[in-house]
Design a protein around this ligand. Structure first.
Ligand SMILES: O=C(O)C(=O)C[C@]1(C(=O)O)C=C[C@@H](O)C=C1
Length: 376
């Protein structure tokens, strides 16, 4: 009984300390609100990588001095800073230009269009939206437009570009958000005589905000005219990388085409095997759970969207066929019970991956531990 009483007291002390942590976080949030005001006034970005790294290193050191695990302390601080960036992304944003820009999102009611329209407006620019239902308003909007961003499904992107472009002023910047770049860029250059850039926001429409997200930027023609948009992306907290369209597409064929198809293969085979995911979860180790979630998340989304991505172009389909041919070679090992062949292939991939393999082990370990802690 005395022990119980003792524990009760200790727990009260812990509750008290936890409440103090919350009070301090609340105090921090108030300062963050002031920071965003300063950033809007001074046109400074939401995400400042250098400052976050400096803070993290110092925090790790201070944690260690206090006998607190520095890895845990880093996680904690990073979560606090992510929440700070989310708070700074909730309403007003700094704007990259003195005067507001007029930006039209074609497909502005879709997921990505609606998301970027919101951020554009929250930065004090003027955003317009055109979809199937109000195409007729384009002519009225066109004389005002500084930039037009086409964000429609891949399979209609080029048609929309051709239909839209004759209505634009020659100095309007024409851009697209499609996940492959060479073909839309070519269509835009053919259809529009003014500035052209190809963009690829490397995230889906459900992200809570844009900080730390990646925007790929491919120059088409007079792309320096879109520098203000690049800067605006940075102010939203994004990382912007310049890319060659062909190189981008070559990588994307593997990242998007193959990766999504393999997810379909995994899901479809589970169905064939008639083992439902809930049953599997019961027996899943954290790593298998993580893999299952990566497959499962695809099927929470739109089949048409994925079909568009996987079958985006001939190169992607050819890559998939090459992949299946490659699989046949590996299948032979299975048929012939060729264990040494498996080991040989495995080791050659290990050599190919080099030091990346140990980085992958470290990063995936982190992910799996977090997932296990939170959901198992
Ligand atoms: O120092 C800033 O610029 C902030 O906005 C604050 C803060 C933080 O919460 O500590 C948040 C976002 C930045 O990436 C860096 C640090």
């Amino acid at each position: 009984m005395a022990d119980q009483k003792h524990l009760k007291k200790q727990r009260e002390q812990i509750d008290d300390i936890d409440n103090q942590i919350l009070d301090l976080l609340q105090q921090r949030n108030r300062v963050v609100q002031e920071v965003i005001q300063t950033k809007v006034e001074k046109q400074l970005p939401v995400f400042v990588a250098g400052r976050e790294e400096e803070k993290t290193n110092a925090f790790r050191k201070k944690a260690e001095e206090r006998g607190i695990d520095p890895n845990w302390a880093e996680d904690f601080l990073r979560m606090v800073m992510a929440s700070s960036r989310a708070a700074q992304s909730a309403k007003t944003f700094p704007r990259s230009t003195k005067e507001p820009k007029h930006v039209l999102y074609v497909g502005g009611e879709g997921g990505m269009g609606a998301l970027y329209r919101k951020f554009t407006e929250n930065s004090g620019h003027i955003a317009y939206s055109i979809d199937k239902g109000n195409w007729y308003q384009l002519e009225e909007m066109a004389p005002k437009l500084d930039m037009v961003i086409v964000t429609v499904p891949i399979r209609v992107t080029e048609d929309v570009i051709r239909r839209l472009s004759p209505k634009l002023k020659p100095d309007t910047i024409l851009a697209d958000f499609t996940s492959n770049k060479s073909e839309p860029l070519k269509a835009m250059l053919d259809a529009h005589s003014g500035p052209v850039v190809g963009l690829h926001p490397m995230h889906g429409p459900s992200v809570p905000n844009l900080s730390k997200q990646l925007m790929v930027f491919c120059s088409g023609r007079e792309s320096e005219k879109a520098d203000w948009f690049k800067e605006q992306c940075r102010l939203w907290g994004m990382r912007v990388i310049d890319a060659e369209p062909e190189k981008h597409d070559h990588v994307m064929n593997l990242v998007q085409g193959l990766r999504h198809f393999v997810a379909l293969l995994h899901g479809s085979f589970m169905k064939e095997y008639d083992l439902n995911p809930e049953e599997m979860l019961e027996y899943s180790s954290p790593i298998y759970r993580a893999e299952l979630m990566m497959t499962g998340r695809i099927f929470a989304q739109d089949a048409e969207l994925y079909a568009d991505i996987v079958f985006a172009n001939k190169e992607r389909r050819e890559l998939l066929l090459t992949f299946f041919n490659h699989q046949k070679k590996l299948m032979e090992m299975v048929e012939k019970d060729d264990k040494s062949g498996f080991i040989k292939e495995f080791e050659s991939v290990t050599d190919f991956f080099g030091s990346f393999a140990s980085q992958a082990l470290k990063e995936s370990g982190y992910l799996i531990n977090r997932l296990a802690d939170r959901f198992s």
